[in-house]
Design a protein around this ligand. Structure first.
Ligand SMILES: [Fe+2]
Length: 207
């Protein structure tokens, strides 16, 4: 299947393992270690799912975040990612609009949610090797935001979900603004580090 066909059928887009220079991963690992010392706590305790006007759904989560520096910026701006984002989503000019490191300590979690409505594709990977798969529900991809919220209101980690592998230093793209996804509380003894990069089509369309 082409990238486009896989995206349409499954809501995902794989980035080849060798697409990113190993040297850049080393720089990112070094940068992440520094950012970890100054990352800020993100702890949303408001229970339940909150439907936002942009189509996203927010919910409780706990981790620490940092927007990254030069190395992560270089990854987000690499041509290969923009090309994959564009080919998968069928949009012309994909720009990374939001990216960062997420630091998970034992017990940190992310309830089921939908990403920012501007994220046409969300890329993610692990910077540490022990991240468990993310949970996601591709079958709810095309339901309205309210329908998703109604269906999942009582389930922070929905039953019947599927697993989405988060690989070490290999990015995967997914339709995070439509497909509900979550991370159950981290049950390793070690802290884990995740990267997320959201792309949006910022081209001006003729009316
Ligand atoms: Fe997300």
């Amino acid at each position: 299947m082409t990238l486009r066909q896989t995206w349409l059928a499954e809501g995902r887009a794989e980035v080849p393992a060798d697409a990113i220079e190993p040297g850049l991963w080393e720089e990112i690992a070094e940068e992440a270690a520094h950012c970890a010392t100054v990352a800020v706590v993100r702890h949303n305790r408001r229970p339940g799912l909150l439907v936002m006007r942009d189509g996203s759904i927010t919910s409780p989560q706990r981790c620490r975040v940092h927007p990254g520096g030069k190395a992560l910026n270089a990854l987000a701006r690499s041509k290969v990612l923009a090309d994959i984002a564009g080919e998968a989503t069928g949009q012309a000019r994909m720009t990374p609009i939001r990216y960062g490191y997420k630091f998970y300590a034992p017990g940190d979690y992310m309830h089921v949610h939908r990403d920012d409505g501007k994220c046409d594709i969300t890329f993610s990977c692990g910077l540490t090797p022990n991240l468990a798969p993310m949970g996601w529900l591709p079958r709810l991809r095309y339901l309205s935001t309210q329908q998703v919220a109604d269906e999942l209101q009582e389930e922070p980690y929905p039953q019947g979900g599927e697993e989405f592998s988060i690989l070490h230093r290999v990015l995967s793209g997914f339709d995070g603004r439509r497909i509900p996804h979550w991370r159950t509380p981290l049950d390793t003894q070690s802290g884990e580090v995740l990267i997320t990069i959201c792309f949006s089509d910022l081209s001006v369309k003729p009316s």
